[in-house]
Design a binder for this molecule. Structure first.
Ligand code: GAL
Length: 451
């Protein structure tokens, strides 16, 4: 049975109900914030007034992220709600900066950190992004005592904890595990065009479907280059499909050559895929491109499962199917979101409490059904999750886990930037030789920097 044919299960409605509940809580918070913004005092306001007055007593908590899309924002709100339920007298300041994969947020944060103005906690991926960009330069406090006190090491896979660890200390708490190598499609569009999708797809399956869609005037691959990361992400997925998980890891670890034939084959395949993209790709953000899939205006989208957050937000569960990006079944591209404790956090105690909430079973069970990711904790109640989430949980348990470079986990920040730059150029010039040369040069510079 293809994944898209799974009967709508009770769990789907659980997710749906959760989403609705959080959406209504979110708007209640909006009212409070509006009142505060208007400078309405506490006198004579009854319960709202006392809540406002109380909010000042606990101080504030500034949380920095890039979660602003229709699917991301309600998921972030679920975390805020979990925090507010435990600490109702703390005012939360949502300092999110728009731009998928943090393309803008990471730069804004860097300026703040260099200027000694950290927020109270920020979103980052475990692995090289956390360690190279924030821990080694001295921007993060260790939170090892929280790991010990909360028993997190017992309930999180060692591989994830390792990627949050530097010199035996833990520095961030993972809140959700995204699968980066999803290939999403609109079931109705496929049915209307006589395209059958099985449990997996090869690149050739994709090209056959793409020709049919193209003949019907439908772009087969939705691409979004406004926030640039999809260019790099679609390539890393194609690369994984071409060379397999071992060589993929070896490449990002500097142990395999980028001018290898497998990389060249991946670039050739990617170039061919780019012949089927929507014309307006440079103007669209990732969620706008994914909306083309939901609205039936494009065929497929290669995207991490934050896309499933858009599906949930738009009640599109029944009409959206998925497989692994062609050729990548058996692998799970890790994109693990986590939050940090800064050196010099303005509200350190509130920040530590925030991290404690994020590591809790309740918060992870509330957040991940809306976000599209699976909990980092392994003790979450599976029944709270959709068919898609359960599919991803199974993949996480049995497949090869490989970190994403497009989302900062696999390689140094400098290599990631070069990977973006080379991929952005390739999306328009499709010049395989130049692409390979740029990637090889970046790897050589990276090796030199670390030698
Ligand atoms: C990733 C992040 C996800 C999602 C995505 C698109 O880097 O891990 O949570 O937000 O970017 O913005």
């Amino acid at each position: 049975m293809a994944h898209d044919e799974c009967p709508a299960m009770e769990k789907e409605s659980t997710v749906h109900d959760l989403t609705k509940r959080f959406a209504s809580r979110a708007s209640r918070r909006g009212v409070l914030k509006g009142g505060a913004a208007l400078g309405i005092g506490s006198i004579g306001l009854g319960p709202i007034g006392s809540r406002l007055a109380a909010a000042q007593d606990g101080g504030s908590l500034e949380v920095f992220s890039w979660w602003t899309s229709p699917g991301e924002a309600p998921a972030l709100q679920a975390l805020f709600d979990a925090y507010s339920a435990a600490y109702p007298d703390v005012e939360i300041i949502n300092a999110a900066v728009a731009g998928g994969a943090g393309v803008n947020a990471i730069a804004v944060l860097q300026t703040r950190l260099q200027g000694n103005q950290p927020p109270d906690s920020w979103q980052t991926h475990i692995g090289r992004e956390l360690i190279d960009q924030y821990v080694v330069p001295g921007y993060c406090e260790p939170i090892t005592d929280l790991y010990t006190g909360e028993g997190w090491t017992d309930v999180m896979p060692a591989g994830l904890v390792d990627q949050a660890t530097w010199e035996s200390e833990q520095y961030s708490i993972p809140v959700g595990v995204h699968r980066g190598n999803g290939f999403w499609y609109n079931k109705q569009v496929m049915a209307d065009n006589g395209i059958e999708i099985g449990d997996t797809m090869t690149a050739d399956d994709f090209f056959a479907a793409a020709d049919t869609l193209q003949a019907a005037g439908i772009p087969a691959l939705a691409l979004a280059m406004k926030d640039t990361f999809p260019g790099a992400q679609t390539f890393e997925n194609t690369l994984l499909g071409s060379v397999g998980p071992e060589t993929y890891n070896a490449l990002f670890q500097g142990e395999a050559a980028w001018d290898d034939q497998g990389v060249r084959d991946a670039a050739d395949t990617y170039a061919k895929m780019l012949d089927y993209v929507n014309q307006d790709f440079s103007a669209l953000s990732w969620d706008q491109a994914f909306a083309l899939i939901i609205e039936g205006k494009a065929g497929f989208n290669s995207m991490g499962d934050w896309a499933y957050g858009e599906v949930v937000a738009k009640d599109a569960e029944d009409n959206i199917g998925w497989v692994s990006h062609p050729g990548t079944e058996g692998s799970f591209v890790l994109v693990v979101d986590s939050f940090t404790l800064p050196v010099g956090a303005p509200n350190a105690e509130n920040a530590r409490n925030w991290l404690t909430v994020l590591g809790s079973k309740d918060a992870q069970e509330a957040f991940n059904p809306i976000k599209g990711s699976i909990p980092a904790r392994t003790d979450a109640n599976r029944d709270l999750f959709s068919t898609y989430h359960q599919w991803s949980m199974d993949s996480f348990a049995k497949d090869a886990l490989v970190p994403s470079c497009a989302h900062g986990q696999a390689a140094s920040p400098a290599f990631k930037q070069a990977f973006y730059d080379a991929s952005t150029a390739f999306v328009t010039d499709k010049d395989v030789d130049t692409y390979i040369a740029m990637l090889s040069d970046a790897a050589a510079m990276d090796a030199e920097a670390t030698s």
